[in-house]
Unconditional design. Structure first.
Length: 343
């Protein structure tokens, strides 16, 4: 019983770490999978297998080598010299992802609430500073509340989609895409990008758990839940005509099918975006602490100014350009991880 409870806790951390605003809004899933139709669904199944096996392998390897941070894990994967370059690359990726999330906060206000994009961005920055002053406990509390709710709403929307008379035609359709070759690479780049970013949390978590079997089953369970969320989101999103036109496509579906819960769902999406922004900024502050010994307040101010300047770009444009790019940059990470022998 104790092992089962520990496995569920690890699974929850795994899912909560990977699910970010791109997941919550559906935009990330559209970019990597849904726009390719049924081929995208096949790619999701392969991604699920990689999440189950490679995510578990990160945690088991961290446990075996007793790594306390992702810097130590990267040194194990890439070697002492090249790992320093990879840590800088990860920092650049973290800045890009945080900028995407901040722009996403503005997109929620602009597209769904019909308010100013700048209002959403500045409110998020203000709340971010307050969170940093109070501490990170509140952030974790928000995540443990938001993630289960989002999963429930996703499954609810999936049920509505499957019951639609046109569902099968929409699900089996393979639309024309000029960059259709990306559907072949998508499962690998998508999982590589997400796991490269998630290792900042997964490595220290695995290092604290003594029982190796608990980690293994927790990784398998977390990967399974991520696969379930990807499938349910894709099944919902294929029902939206011209789905690539929307910045927050999951909210569009909610507004069409279950209007009564629309504003609750918008709040959940914003909660996911907010936790993603703060998590990214917090991770950057810890990283920059290795190079800059100034006060945390000035560090946070500098980070927020940096990602604010990038957030002027459209959320969907930022995501569609940066996420695939970061995915390709992360491919070496997952290749080296796959090559490492099991215990």
């Amino acid at each position: 019983m104790k092992r089962m409870a520990g496995s569920f806790q690890i699974a929850a951390v795994y899912v909560g770490t990977v699910i970010g605003a791109g997941f919550a809004t559906g935009r990330e899933i559209v970019e990597f999978f849904t726009r390719f139709g049924f081929v995208g669904f096949i790619a999701i199944l392969l991604s699920g297998y990689l999440f189950i096996t490679m995510g578990t392998k990160i945690m088991l390897k961290s446990h075996d080598i007793k790594a306390k941070s992702f810097e130590e894990f990267n040194e194990y994967l890439f070697g002492k010299w090249f790992s320093k370059i990879m840590n800088i690359v990860m920092m650049i990726m973290l800045i890009g992802v945080s900028a995407v999330m901040l722009s996403g906060a503005g997109a929620v206000f602009q597209e769904q609430l019909l308010l100013s994009k700048q209002l959403g961005i500045l409110l998020t920055i203000g709340l971010g500073f307050l969170t940093m002053m109070v501490g990170m406990k509140g952030l974790f509390a928000v995540n443990t509340f938001v993630v289960p709710l989002m999963i429930v709403f996703n499954l609810l929307l999936m049920v509505y989609s499957v019951r639609n008379a046109d569902f099968l035609d929409a699900f089996l359709m393979i639309p024309h895409a000029e960059d259709g070759w990306k559907s072949v690479v998508a499962p690998f780049s998508y999982v590589a990008f997400n796991l490269a970013m998630a290792q900042a949390v997964l490595v220290p978590v695995a290092g604290e758990v003594r029982d190796r079997e608990t980690i293994k089953y927790g990784g398998y369970l977390g990967g399974f839940f991520l696969t379930l969320i990807l499938i349910s989101s894709h099944i919902t999103l294929v029902m939206i005509p011209n789905v690539t036109q929307y910045q927050i496509p999951m909210a569009v579906v909610m507004k069409s099918f279950v209007t009564g819960f629309y504003f609750i769902y918008i709040l959940i999406i914003y909660g996911e975006i907010f936790t993603s922004v703060i998590g990214g900024v917090f991770g950057l502050e810890k990283q920059l602490g290795n190079y800059w010994k100034g006060s945390s307040l000035w560090t946070f101010t500098g980070i927020f100014l940096m990602i604010y300047s990038l957030s002027f770009f459209e959320y969907s444009e930022l995501l569609s350009y940066l996420y695939p790019l970061f995915g390709y940059m992360s491919l070496l990470f997952i290749i080296l991880l796959w090559m490492k022998p099991n215990k």
